[in-house]
Design a binder for this molecule. Structure first.
Ligand SMILES: Nc1ncnc2c1ncn2[C@@H]1O[C@H](COP(=O)(O)OP(=O)(O)OP(=O)(O)O)[C@@H](O)[C@H]1O
Length: 246
């Protein structure tokens, strides 16, 4: 059976710099994989190529066996949703309306249906009492939970997260990580760029370690954190304070 998400031999350059040098990975339905690696190794670029926020120079992205192409990119973006590091909420809209706007425009939902769906997703991320608040009235952690609710509202097959907690103060990361863990438990398929080791240990089926535009290794978290195969991975783990592996 085809993998739910298949990324095959993606290459991407900016000018003369080749950032992705042939990256392949795949996700079965219900799997969560966490991508780690030093700054500048192409993790964000890879995620952006997966749902074509940046077009890859070559390679393939397939969802349920169907290639993501120019012709179907808008439909595919609803099936592969993106959660950004800096939330990307509309500041002039309430939490609820940040969610209903996409449902109304892209899904052509009625106002009442969109509102009902938005409130359901806000409840799922623990924010049912914040629906009428504007982003400026919410903490960073709450704003990120709204942006997760917005992604969930499109009923995606895959959720991509690009460093979802790195813009947050440390005391606010826990609430976002715990929402992500509960999504993983519920069987959501997720590809997550993050250095949250606790999340990776508890929720990931595999850690994908990227270095210099390549996937250097992929392993279950227990194995990756206790016995990484490559020196570069060992050095990285030491640098982020998981030094017992060194
Ligand atoms: N739009 C762009 N134009 C030019 N260079 C870019 C662009 N986007 C990314 N790059 C370059 O590509 C390289 C990889 O960046 P990318 O953000 O994918 O890395 P990363 O592994 O996610 O790093 P970080 O953890 O710092 O976000 C960097 O050298 C970056 O400067």
């Amino acid at each position: 059976m085809a993998k739910l998400l298949e990324v095959e031999d993606i290459r991407k350059s900016f000018g003369s710099t080749e950032v992705l040098k042939g990256v392949s990975l795949s996700l079965d339905r219900g799997e969560t994989k966490v991508i780690m690696g030093s700054s500048g190794t192409g993790k964000s670029t890879l995620l952006r190529c997966v749902n074509r926020l940046d077009p890859a120079d070559s390679g393939h992205v397939r969802l349920d066996g169907e290639e993501v192409t120019d012709a179907n990119v808008n439909r595919m973006r609803q099936r592969i949703a993106f959660v950004f590091q800096d939330f990307n909420l509309f500041l002039h809209l309430s939490a609820r309306d940040n969610i209903t706007i996409g449902l109304r425009k892209l899904r052509k939902m009625s106002k009442a249906d969109a509102r009902q769906r938005a409130d359901r997703e806000l409840d799922r991320v623990g924010l049912s009492d914040r629906a009428d608040n504007y982003p400026s009235q919410l903490s960073g952690g709450q704003q990120q939970r709204v942006s997760i609710a917005r992604a969930l509202a499109m009923d995606p097959d895959v959720l991509l997260f690009d460093e979802p907690t790195s813009a947050l103060d440390p005391e606010l990361t826990g609430e976002v990580v715990s929402v992500m863990q509960s999504l993983a438990r519920d069987g959501m398929t997720m590809l997550v760029v993050s250095h949250e080791v606790g999340f990776a240990r508890r929720a990931a089926d595999a850690v994908i370690f990227m270095d210099g535009g390549h996937v250097l290794e992929e392993a279950p978290p227990k194995e990756f954190f206790s016995a990484p195969k490559h020196d570069r991975a060992r050095q990285f783990l030491t640098a982020i304070g998981e030094g017992e592996a060194a």
